[in-house]
Structures are given as C-alpha cells and as structure tokens.
Design a protein around this ligand. Structure first.
Ligand code: CO
Length: 317
C-alpha cells in the first residue's frame, strides 16, 4: 500500500472535532459555536452540452445560480453512453481561476500548453490553476462504459488572476481517505482538512475544503468549516438529509443543496450507497466578469484575454 495514502478510522465525529481543535496550531479560534448550517436552496442540474458535444448537467453557472462566490461553475458528467462523452473537450483556453476535475468512474486524458499531461482516473482528481492562461484538452480515454465525475471552477482573487500556471495531478492514492464506520462509509479529502483528514491541496487563496463522501448507512457525518465560507453539497447518488436533525432537508440524487451560514455541516444518508460532493470556500467579494472560459474582474480584462488568446500569447509570461 502506498505510504502517501492516509487512512483513519473515525469512530466519533464529535471526538474527532475536539481533537482537531486541540491540535490546531497558532491563533486559530477554538470551536465555541456549533451552529449547524441549514439548506437555503436546493437546485437540480440543468441539462446542457459543452466541449465538442459532451452531455452534462450544469449545476453552478446555470441561470438559477450564476455563481456561488468563489465557485464559478459546477458541471456533473455521468453517462454510460459513449455518444454523450466520446468527443470530449478538445483544446480550449482558461484564464483567471482554478479548474478542479473529480473523477468517480472512468478515465480522462489531460494535456496542456505548458507541457503537462496526465490521466485522471476514478477516485482521482486534478487541480489546475489557470492563472494568466492555459490551453488544454480533456478527452475521455475510453470508448465505452461509465464516465462519471465533476468539474468545479474556483475563482482567484484579482491579485492572483495573472499568476503563474500550476498543475497538480492527484492520483487516487494521493487523496486523504478515511473510513467513517464499520458499514464502509468513506470520506476522501482533495483540498483542506476535515476531521483530521488533510487533503493534498492547500494554501489556496479561497482556503477550500473539497471532499467526496460515500455513505453506506444512516449514521450522520459532521464536519466544521469556517462560518463565513460559502458551502454546498451535491448529492450525486441516493438521497441525503442535510442540515440540523430537527429541520433537515431531504436532498435527492442530482441535486445541489446550498448551505446557509453556520459552522457545522451535517449530512445523514437516507439510502445506502449515497454519494456526495461537499465543498466550502472563502468568498472573494469581488466583481465577476465572465466570458466563457475567462473569469476576470472587469470587461477590459476580458477583452485583453480574448486579444491575448487570438494573438497566441494567452499562456505566455
Ligand atoms: Co477546461
């Protein structure tokens, strides 16, 4: 077994939260409030196509939810029909934010104009900081079978929009995996920290927590996040009650639950084999001007991105 995979048996989320608070270094505030976040809105994905005809559900970035600062877009891809995904996402540009690909099943091949390439496989992820600009392709490396996963766009603050590009290939063994109980529920942390599980991505401007949960029984899962973080849970399989026990919201498969203010996130699966993508991050509270794959602060910066792309210098220093 890889030495980089971290396994924990978390018997009690409460005990774990206390341990985390006690171990936290420096001046971080202790966990005094435990207000549990309620669901303020549920939203199904909107069917659309992108790339060269890939069928997907747009969750964040659709008319009913343009942005969830700092999240700019969330796409759900889930298809066992090759006609729905085989043409993939050929070369296209990005500037001004980070793209995160989370694969549940299947394989996608990434290549970019900075010379990076990698294969994103089920259970793995990829974290790409487009920064000043990158041109990349994301192509399914399979001709049949299930392709299932997400793409999440996380905005960068104005002072980092033109930063150098960065690429992190997160093979499944690099994620922090924790078994939650004897029923086989599993948490996998990509970014940030949850109940002692520390994901490989950290030190991002928006201090994100990004994780997947596979829930096999109705034991609640709880995690504390900073109170001012924006947060959502997307139920990609089964059905999950989200929020305080007394007024939780039943959230069915294919639905985003937007979480209100509070510290604690609480989920309880209503079905075995429930699956959730859980995310929280610090809002940037800056103007957002988006033109397709460019996300900047002003119209002038968007025009500059279009000009740079046309003249072939989008990804140049
Ligand atoms: Co892309």
């Amino acid at each position: 077994m890889s030495t980089t995979r971290r396994r924990f048996l978390i018997n009690s989320t409460l005990a774990t939260a206390a341990t985390v608070a006690a171990c936290r270094s420096s001046g971080a505030p202790t966990l005094l409030t435990t207000s549990t976040r309620s669901v303020v809105q549920t939203l199904p994905g909107m069917p659309t196509t992108d790339g060269a005809g890939v069928q997907l559900m747009r969750v964040i970035g659709q008319p009913a939810l343009r942005h969830l600062d700092p999240f700019v877009l969330l796409d759900r891809i889930h298809s066992d029909d090759p006609n729905g995904y085989i043409r993939g996402f050929p070369d296209h540009p990005h500037r001004g934010f980070e793209t995160v690909t989370v694969m549940l099943d299947g394989r996608m091949r990434h290549r970019d104009s900075r010379g990076n390439h990698g294969l994103i496989t089920g259970g793995g992820a990829q974290w790409m900081t487009a920064g000043r600009g990158i041109i990349h392709s994301e192509m399914p490396e399979q001709e049949q079978g299930l392709l299932s996963g997400f793409q999440l766009w996380i905005n960068l603050p104005s002072k980092e929009k033109m930063c150098a590009q960065e690429y992190q290939d997160l093979t499944p063994d690099r994620l922090a995996e924790g078994k939650l109980n004897a029923a086989g529920s599993v948490a996998r942390v990509i970014a940030g920290e949850a109940n002692g599980l520390v994901g490989p991505v950290h030190q991002r401007a928006t201090a994100p927590l990004l994780m997947t949960l596979a829930l096999e029984d109705d034991q609640p899962f709880e995690v504390d996040v900073p109170e001012n973080h924006a947060a959502f849970a997307f139920v990609h399989r089964g059905e999950v009650n989200i929020g305080p026990e007394s007024r939780s919201t039943a959230t069915p498969e294919g639905t985003l639950a937007l979480l209100g203010p509070g510290k604690r996130i609480r989920l309880r699966a209503r079905n075995q084999r429930s699956g959730v993508l859980l995310a929280a991050a610090r809002p940037l509270n800056e103007a957002i001007v988006q033109h397709g794959p460019f996300v900047m602060n002003t119209e002038a910066e968007i025009q500059r991105a279009i000009d740079d792309y046309r003249s072939g210098v989008l990804d140049k220093s």
